[in-house]
Ligand binder design. Structure first.
Ligand SMILES: [Cu+2]
Length: 507
């Protein structure tokens, strides 16, 4: 009976979770009608599982918040179930929390409805739902279940024996030796039957466990090769996502990248980072040359080992980051064009040093308002933050020439020193902008016309690129785990794309 005992345990087979890369929680800042909300969605490790939702209202006039999960696109996305009431904190009336069951993987959204003195408002936060790992069975539960199984098996065998031996006896009579004999044979048969059932049950359990383990999301790989003339060719596949976990987890067959939609103007955002020093950084936008294949004429690049992160978004609104690496020689390259940009500078300091200022090419500076971002002096992992950066011109004055870069006030990439975390974040948060557009298209416009979530200040006003933006940009994000991070913050000033770089340790 040792084997069935072992069968009762699900092994912890998988490593950490990936959605950007190693950063599965969703951070969002936007407007629900008249109310500005900061929404954090902490994803469960397993699906089905419970997501924890935290909502902070900027103003005091939100009385009630309701939340509900539903699909982002396709069947089910139009029919909104009855939302749950979020709990309002007693100590902090601007803070609301709630738990939501996520029943399936794939591209979901969390609808947030706020009600208060200024009427109702609604916003929708896209949530890529993935299986992060297989949870092991708790030891105590395993022992209890094993004991119950032994009791049940022994009970079945002894009941079968007793039925044959004593079922037809008159009260007070003893069983005949022939009945005892028959009972023994029946008990032996029942024992074999029960053992067979336990064995088959174990097989079924293991199959389920294996299927589930196969649905654990891993960042899909991308391979890169350098062709003559400095042309980089990339080939990738999508990751596997459980669509409907049930008796047997169904894993989506969408391994092909044949359903991509542009995310802030481009099908792919490609990041090349020289590692381990992180002293070279390129944000490029390759063209699709065939299904799953992209090509990019490289700018001048100095030789080294480069980490590749490539952001894409599927038609369903499900974002993925493809991960790879390539050793590059010195590439003469072509001049940068369009939205492409590069940065080169100092290597990551060892031991790690925090920085809060970064020089820009024209002598201006990007300054991280750390006092606003940090709770206390130290930056803690897993705490939702609004990281705010001020843009100063070369005279130290707030820059007046900030303009939208790919439709937004800024773009930030958070990279852990070992590349185990990569997140491409915007003023609206860690959500994919293409998914956010899908989420908003499902919302009814508010009567005032000011209803949808994207404030133009946060988003950057695409209709008036000539008008300059406020000289600051903020990013809602939480460092998913402790470690040394480099943050690349990108803004556009007077037609020039500028990158500021910040180093920080999260604890
Ligand atoms: Cu971006």
């Amino acid at each position: 009976m040792k084997r069935p005992f072992g069968l009762l345990f699900l092994l912890c087979l998988a490593g950490p979770a990936f959605a950007h890369v190693g950063s599965p929680d969703v951070f969002f800042e936007g407007n629900a009608g008249p109310y500005r909300l900061f929404v954090t969605v902490r994803l469960p490790q397993v699906i089905p599982g419970v997501a924890e939702i935290e909502i902070r209202s900027e103003s005091k006039d939100v009385r009630e918040v309701r939340i509900v999960p539903l699909r982002l696109t396709g069947p089910g996305s139009q029919y909104v179930p009855t939302p749950d009431l979020a709990q309002r904190s007693e100590q902090d009336p601007q803070f609301f929390t709630g738990s939501l069951w996520l029943m399936e993987g794939g591209s979901l959204q969390v609808r947030v409805q706020a009600d208060g003195n200024q009427g109702k408002g609604e916003v929708s936060v896209p949530v890529p739902s993935i299986v992060q790992r297989v949870l092991p069975m708790q030891g105590g539960l395993g022992v209890v279940l094993f004991a119950l199984m032994v009791l049940l098996a022994a009970g079945v065998v002894s009941i079968a024996g007793a039925a044959v031996r004593e079922g037809e006896l008159e009260p007070g009579a003893s069983p005949m030796p022939s009945q005892v004999q028959r009972a023994r044979r029946v008990m032996a048969f029942a024992a074999v039957l029960v053992a067979g059932l336990v064995y088959l049950g174990g097989r079924w359990w293991n199959l389920e466990a294996r299927n589930y383990a196969a649905s654990v999301y891993k960042s899909p790989p991308i391979s890169a090769s350098l062709e003559a003339g400095g042309r980089l060719v990339l080939r990738g596949e999508g990751g596997r996502v459980v669509i409907v976990p049930g008796r047997v987890a169904r894993v989506a067959a969408s391994r092909k990248l044949d359903d991509l939609v542009p995310d802030h103007n481009h099908l792919m955002h490609l990041f090349l980072i020289r590692v381990p020093s992180m002293d070279r950084f390129y944000h490029l936008h390759p063209e699709q040359i065939e299904t799953g294949a992209f090509a990019q004429n490289l700018p001048a690049i100095s030789a080294g080992h480069y980490q590749i992160f490539a952001d894409i978004v599927h038609r369903s609104g499900f974002p993925e980051t493809l991960v790879g690496a390539i050793d590059l020689p010195d590439v003469a390259g072509k001049p940068l064009a369009g939205d492409d940009c590069e940065w080169s500078g100092t290597a990551l300091a060892q031991p790690p040093e925090d920085t809060s200022e970064s020089r820009l090419t024209d002598g201006g500076r990007l300054v991280w308002d750390r006092s606003r971002s940090l709770h206390g002096a130290r930056l803690k992992a897993n705490v939702p933050l609004s990281l705010r950066f001020r843009v100063l011109d070369k005279d130290g004055q707030p820059a007046q020439d900030l303009e939208p870069y790919m439709g937004m006030a800024g773009h930030a990439e958070f990279v852990r020193a070992d590349c185990a975390v990569f997140a491409h974040v915007h003023p609206a948060g860690s959500v994919s902008m293409a998914a956010l557009e899908l989420a908003e298209s499902g919302l009814l416009p508010s009567p005032s016309g000011a209803g949808t979530s994207l404030s133009m200040a946060a988003h950057g006003d695409m209709t008036m690129p000539s008008e300059s933006l406020a000289p600051q940009v903020s990013f809602p994000y939480g460092f998913p785990r402790s470690g040394q991070y480099r943050i690349f913050v990108q803004v556009k000033r007077a037609g020039r794309i500028e990158t500021g770089v910040f180093d920080v340790r999260a604890e």
